[in-house]
Design a protein around this ligand. Sequence first.
Ligand code: SF4
Ligand code: SF4
Length: 233
Amino acid sequence: MPYQLDNRPLDLRERMYFPEILKGIGIVSRNFFKNLFFSRDANPDVLARDRRLSQNATLQYPEEKVPYPPGYRGLHRLVPREDGRPRCVACYMCATACPAQCIYIEAGEYPDDPVEKYPVKFVIDEMRCIVCGFCVEACPKDAIRMDSGEHAPPSYDRAAQIWDEKRLLRGPAVSYQYDPWLRRGSPSIPPEKLEEMRARAKPFPAVATDEASQTPGFSVRALAQEAKERASR
Ligand code: SF4
Ligand code: SF4
């Protein structure tokens, strides 16, 4: 409900001010002591908190955290395959697309596979990153995502914001039926693992879905369609 302005003239008690000042001090003190000594509802959804316990809607970060929405572009992760290796084939497309030039890659070859490449070094400077998501969109292998739901953790040390392949490689494994290492087989993957990966592989969607755009909940096509409909109204 919009705020209603009360324009009535002040009565005598209000014109004396002191009772109103005492009333204000009383309200502030009551809430101060309530918040100081009584238990509080720690529900991260601050608007849904039980106001009988406390009026305090402040989030006690970092002990309390609000989950970010699904489309949130969070901290990067290198998507692993089921055998624990990165899906990344060190093609440099993400590094080329990155406007902040904060991705550094060194490509290497698997010793037992003459075809596949992998990133011997894959480093992102999260301090320089402008969180644009271009790297995710540029990747042809769905090998880098920003779906971790976290932001880069704060640090006192500049070097702690340099995330290398060991820190970046995490999260659920992903396999697609079109993955070349699954289609032709790879000497670097044990046969039983290869079968497991083939069984888990899913088709890569022909039409971009939220998953194909790699930031669940965020779809460029859906947003473009929405804008088009708004413009035609
Ligand atoms: S989100 Fe943007 S700035 Fe950050 S690494 Fe990816 S492309 Fe570069
Ligand atoms: S993350 Fe994707 S775009 Fe970047 S080097 Fe690896 S495969 Fe290429």
